[in-house]
Structure formats: C-alpha cells, structure tokens
Design a protein around this ligand. Structure first.
Ligand code: HXC
Length: 258
C-alpha cells in the first residue's frame, strides 16, 4: 500500500516503518495515525514479516499529537469520536513483536507511541517527555498509565507534572528503554535485534509477547498461571520438539511456526 506520512520497507522478514512528517517533527495527525495503524496491521498479517521496527527521524521519533489539528477541537468532538482510543486499541492488538527505535524527541503522544511498542531502543540523542501539562491537557494514550508502570510513580509524576524531558541515559536507568546505542547505529542495532527475533519461532515470539503483556493486566498469581498454561501449550507445537531436539543434537533449530 502507498502511504503519504510513513515509509514502509520489508527486508529479511523485518518490516521497518518510518514516520515521515519532517515539517512537523512527525507530529501524529489523523492521517499519520491512520496510516501507521494500517501499516502495522498489514505487517501483522503478512507472511513476509516476522518482526516490526518503528522509527522516526534523527530529530524526532514524534513530537506528540498534532497540536494544530487538536487546538480547536471541542469536548463534544473528542468525547464522541473517542479521540485516540482507536489508535491505542489497534496498536495494542498487533501480535508480532514491535520495537521502537527512538532518536530525538519522543514527546507526549510520541513517548506514548514508543511505550505502545514492545520495547524501546534509544539513540543517545533521544529525549522523552510528557509535556501535555504545558498545553493545559493531560496525556491521552498512556502517558500517566504506562509510564507509571515503567518508571514508577515518582518519576512519572515528575515527568507529567513538570513536563521536563528525560534523556536516553536517564530513560535507560529508569527502565523506560532497554538499551542506548550511538545515534548512527540506531537502525542497524534495532534491525539486528528484530532479525534475532525473526529467527525464532513466530508462534513462540507471539506467545512471549502475550505473556509479558498480561503482567500489566493481571495479579501475580493469575499472571504466573497464564504463563504456565502458555508454557504447557507450547508442548503441542512442532517448534518445541524441534527447538529441544536441535539443542540436544548441537545444531541450529529450524523453526516452522507450527
Ligand atoms: C504540531 C508540531 C508539534 C506538534 C512540533 N511541531 N511539534 N506541530 N504538533 N506536537 C512543529 C512546529 O510547530 C514547527 O512547525 C516544527 O514542528 C518544528 O518545531 P520547532 O518547535 O520549531 O522546533 P524546535 O524549536 O527544535 O523544538 C522542538 C520541540 C517543540 C521541542 C519538539 O516543537 C515542541 O515542544 N513541540 C511540542 C511538543 C509537545 O507539546 N507534545 C505534546 C503534544 S500533545 P512550523 O510550521 O512552526 O515550522 C499530545 C497529546 C497526546 O501529544 C494525546 C494522545 C496521542
């Protein structure tokens, strides 16, 4: 499919989606959000894709929801259209692993979009923030909820109340990002991580994603039970037989997603 506000490239089972509104620091307007959701769903459904990388530009992953587009909206409009609910739900429903590769600004909806991905690899230049308070609003797609679960109450309150930005080093220390890499190597490192995932059984990778995500929804005992049952169910797959046989035979596993 041809898109106006994003670029999509599939190579070696990795789908790289690049946000592309340079004139507005990749601000998330309706068109971009719609195209992004379509592209993610297309990648999720494609046999050619086993892992997805979402990135922006060197300057900005995304500087938030498009303020120009939102500024004149009324309560009735945002409430009745349930603004951003659709994006939250569609992105959360993607079953293949999605890595956010963040350089530059990831602010407001941009930080929230990165947190909707499965993990974040940050360039040294990355800056994260929830500055919505400066606009007279609160975060709208997880900035008070996911960020709090990732970095704890104190830092989340600090970010959401002061609107200050967190650099990559602080974000890694706080547990918001999984690793920090040199800016020039961001795409290479994120793609390498995606390729490593793409070599696994897709069934197993999707089960891992589901199980980790349940940890945000369930009490510990229920989460452990969910995990154990998923673990048990993997013994019905050919990939479990292949993975364990390959280990015992000291060879590489050939997974078939079955
Ligand atoms: C619309 C934006 C934008 C945004 C930047 N631009 N952010 N347009 N919406 N969120 C535009 C600017 O208007 C400007 O356009 C161009 O991008 C370059 O931005 P500058 O401000 O000139 O660049 P710079 O001085 O380098 O500052 C970069 C910046 C700053 C720190 C990222 O632009 C900024 O603070 N942006 C807003 C960040 C923010 O408040 N995000 C939260 C949005 S609310 P022109 O035409 O003037 O050149 C939100 C709610 C989430 O996300 C709800 C759920 C999704």
């Amino acid at each position: 499919m041809a898109y106006e506000t994003i670029n999509v490239d599939v190579q070696d089972h990795v789908c790289l989606i690049k946000l592309n509104r340079p004139e507005a620091m990749n601000a998330l307007n309706k068109e971009l959000i719609g195209e992004l959701c379509d592209a993610l769903e297309e990648a999720d459904a494609s046999d050619k894709v086993r892992c997805i990388v979402l990135t922006g530009s060197e300057k900005a992953f995304a500087a938030g929801a498009d303020i120009k587009e939102m500024s004149e909206m009324s309560f009735t409009e945002v409430f009745s259209t349930n603004l951003f609910a659709d994006a939250n739900d569609r992105i959360s429903a993607i079953r293949k692993p999605v890595i956010a590769a963040v350089a530059g600004y990831a602010l407001g909806g941009g930080c929230e979009l990165a947190m909707l991905c499965d993990f974040i690899i940050a360039a040294e230049t990355a800056k994260f923030g929830q500055p919505e308070i400066n606009l007279g609003v609160v975060a709208g797609i997880g900035g008070t909820q996911r960020l709090t679960r990732f970095v704890g109450k104190s830092k989340s309150m600090d970010m959401n109340l002061t609107g200050r930005f967190m650099n990559a080093e602080e974000a890694e220390r706080a547990g918001l990002v999984s690793r920090v890499v040199p800016a020039k190597k961001l795409i290479e490192e994120a793609t390498a991580a995606a390729q490593k995932i793409a070599e696994k059984s897709l069934l197993t990778a999707m089960a891992v994603k589901e199980a980790v995500n349940r940890s945000y929804e369930l009490p510990l005992s229920e989460g452990i039970l969910f995990e154990r049952r998923v673990f048990h169910s993997m013994f019905a797959t050919e990939d479990q037989k292949e993975g364990m046989a390959a280990f015992l035979e000291k060879r590489e596993a050939q997974f078939r997603d079955k």
